[in-house]
Design a binder for this molecule. Structure first.
Ligand code: FAD
Length: 382
């Protein structure tokens, strides 16, 4: 844990920012199902949207990519502690931008990345459809060549920040297989239908995207035709799994912090409930679970920064573990709060609902069980 000590000051600074600028809005974000402009302005001002992008395009990754990756992870932890919805916004921005960094042409990088890193434009990623979830390669939206352009029709759903993003990395089908495009929000033929009433992460500002013969110039093709899932979506999901794993650690830490404070204050049987061993058992389980998940995130982030071939597996494992962990922790947090854990006066009720989303997005737990097992079998065969 020496490294953790080295980053103590960075962690404190990020936590202070999130507590000051985001946490006071978290309950309202959940209630109103939107992230207010002043929160987005504060994120922009703090250069949060630059995190995880290369310095050459205005991002934060410079001469010491490992230190930058650790800072990036701690930032997602701090955001996740303050508001899972805000962490989601920053996450999908990075998920949308990462495939452009990895697979974009130089012209595409120069055209789009500076606006993303400055926060002037917000990105999102559109893979899922009404009939297509985990099996991303089966997308039914269709891109057809028409001279130098592509014409795209279809429907995307459950798109985080679909209501607000300025550009989408869009995965469609084509004669060459799944193919990706950069889809600006103002493209004629694109209409956006908000989705409301989500269980948790209610500030994700989800939407359906309806594409009706959207004409996309060839220079908005991202990567090669046929790369849509294997390369483009994969680059977004790899970034997203790392970010989300850290976000889960932050959300779980918020559950633990709230539970410790509550258990010390709440008295039953003439003693604070923190004195009871069965409550201590829950606190111990939560703290140990969080600590283990944080170490996995830490390790996965360093592997990613070093471009280690194991980084994709490590990211999938970190997300799989952290998303299950945060559900256990949020469950115990509600238990420790008793009736107050079910009501509107304590944030653990929201944390519990937010935690449930984490095992669905960026690959469900079952899909990740398949992904991770395949890596394990491959390693065993070597
Ligand atoms: C809050 C939220 C935000 C989201 N944001 C985005 C976004 O920004 N962009 C985007 O493109 N999508 C987004 N999604 C969609 C998300 O990625 C999908 O929900 C996810 O991929 C699962 O797809 P599905 O919901 O259609 O479930 P399905 O794929 O229909 O799965 C249903 C159940 O079957 C299981 N299952 C499916 N296949 C297998 C298998 N082979 N083996 C074992 N079990 C299996 C699943 O694990 C799950 O339990 C979001 C979803 C939510 C809820």
């Amino acid at each position: 844990m020496e490294l953790l000590e080295d980053f103590r000051a960075v962690r404190e600074e990020l936590r202070a920012f999130a507590e000051r600028e985001i946490a006071p809005h978290a309950s309202r974000i959940d209630r109103e199902e939107r992230i207010p402009g002043e929160v987005i302005a504060a994120l922009r001002e703090a250069r949060v949207f630059a995190s995880g992008f290369p310095e050459a395009y205005g991002g934060s990754i410079g001469a010491d990519p490992v230190a930058d990756a650790v800072r990036h992870g701690l930032m997602h932890e701090a955001l996740g502690s303050a508001s899972a919805s805000v962490q989601g916004l920053v996450n999908v921005h990075h998920m949308g931008g990462s495939p452009i960094v990895r697979w974009g042409t130089r012209e595409q990088k120069e055209r789009w990345l500076p606006s993303l890193t400055s926060g002037a434009m917000m990105a999102a990623i559109a893979i899922t459809e009404p009939n297509v979830g985990s099996q991303a390669g089966a997308v039914e939206a269709r891109a057809t060549r028409d001279g130098p352009d592509y014409v795209v029709s279809g429907t995307k759903c459950w798109i985080t920040c679909g209501q607000s993003a300025d550009l989408f990395v869009l995965i469609t089908g084509s004669d060459d297989g799944p193919t990706a495009f950069i889809l600006p929000r103002d493209t004629p033929g694109l209409t956006i239908e908000p989705i409301h009433g989500l269980l948790g992460c209610r500030g994700y500002m989800l939407a359906k995207l309806h594409l009706d013969r959207c004409r996309l110039p060839g220079d908005q093709l991202l990567g090669k035709p046929g790369f849509g899932v294997s390369h483009i979506a994969a680059a977004g999901l790899d970034a997203g799994r790392h970010n989300l794993a850290w976000g889960c650690v932050g959300l779980a830490q918020a559950c633990l912090d709230g539970s410790v404070a509550y258990a010390r204050k709440r008295r039953q049987f003439n003693a604070p409930i923190s004195d009871f061993q069965l409550v201590q058992q829950m606190i111990t389980g939560m703290a140990t679970d969080i600590h283990a998940a944080r170490l996995m995130c830490w390790h996965a982030g360093i592997m990613r920064a070093k471009r280690d071939p194991s980084a994709v597996k490590e990211g999938a494992m970190a997300k799989y573990n952290a998303s299950k962990m945060v559900n256990r922790v949020a469950n115990d947090a509600v238990q420790i709060h008793g009736a107050n854990g079910c009501g509107p006066d304590y944030p653990v009720e929201r944390h519990y609902r937010d935690a449930r989303i984490m095992e669905i997005i960026e690959g469900t737990s079952q899909i990740l069980e398949g992904v991770i097992a395949r890596y394990v079998y491959q390693e065993a065969a070597q």
